[in-house]
Design a protein. Structure first.
Length: 249
């Protein structure tokens, strides 16, 4: 969550630089002599460094997110052993393999969402909104990159810089929604762990003070998460199929 927030802040800085650079190019379009050589060199340097900073922030955030996703997927397999449509390697490779990257990761997150839920029919409004914006980020970023690569005159350079602001805006929204998904899943799995440590039944309401912080496997003498019979925990019935069946993607 920290890396997502930092990535969003980097995006705000990059968007500001994009608009500043576009205005610099506009001045060149109006009058080439209105901008000094030093200003042009500074603009190109700052604009280029902002792109490098964006890539670096994205890489760090992606690694942190995948580490978290792999860990909560491992926990979710304990909660619902038969409730996952994709094998564990796809938790990583699903994001980088062309075409399937548009739906495999969402299926994996949905399965974790259902397995971790403490209610029979958890709402998917939050993960659905996050994924819709993430797809928008992916497409907008591709368009922005193509515009920049194909920019062969001042007008197209200014247009590419301004369109990058659109992709950054989608990215910031996606980052904020992702923090919500991370928080909900993590909190739900913590509740499972605490309930198992306290010897409570699934979906039970713990007494005040019962949910202390204990190791993830619970306390000695307790099975991790309590009874791990398929379908015992989470929002899935036995067999792992979510209520109403899987949605079509």
């Amino acid at each position: 969550m920290i890396t997502l927030v930092c990535h969003a802040l980097v995006g705000v800085v990059a968007a500001t630089i994009d608009l500043w650079y576009a205005s610099l190019v506009d001045r060149l379009i109006v009058d080439l002599d209105s901008v000094s050589e030093a200003e042009i060199e500074t603009g190109d340097l700052v604009y280029g460094l902002s792109g490098v900073l964006e890539v670096l922030a994205y890489a760090i955030t992606a690694v942190a997110f995948l580490v978290w996703l792999y860990r909560v997927r491992t926990n979710a397999e304990v909660l619902s052993p038969d409730g996952h449509r994709r094998s564990r390697p796809w938790v990583i490779f699903g994001w980088i393999v062309p075409i399937i990257c548009f739906w495999f990761p969402k299926q994996i997150v949905d399965d974790i969402w259902y397995a971790s839920a403490r209610t029979p029919r958890p709402s998917k409004a939050l993960p659905n909104a996050w994924w819709a914006i993430w797809i928008s980020v992916t497409l907008a970023t591709q368009v922005a990159s193509r515009l920049l690569l194909r920019a062969d005159d001042l007008e197209s350079m200014a247009a590419a810089a301004r369109f990058d602001v659109v992709s950054i805006a989608f990215m910031i929204i996606a980052a904020l929604l992702a923090t919500g998904v991370i928080s909900r899943i993590t909190h739900a799995q913590e509740e499972h762990r605490s309930a198992a440590a306290a010897g409570l039944p699934p979906f039970g309401t713990p007494p005040p003070g019962a949910l202390g912080r204990t190791p993830f496997g619970g306390t000695p003498g307790h099975t991790p998460f309590g009874d791990t019979t398929p379908g015992t925990y989470g929002g899935r019935p036995p067999g792992g199929t979510p209520p109403g069946g899987y949605p079509n993607y």
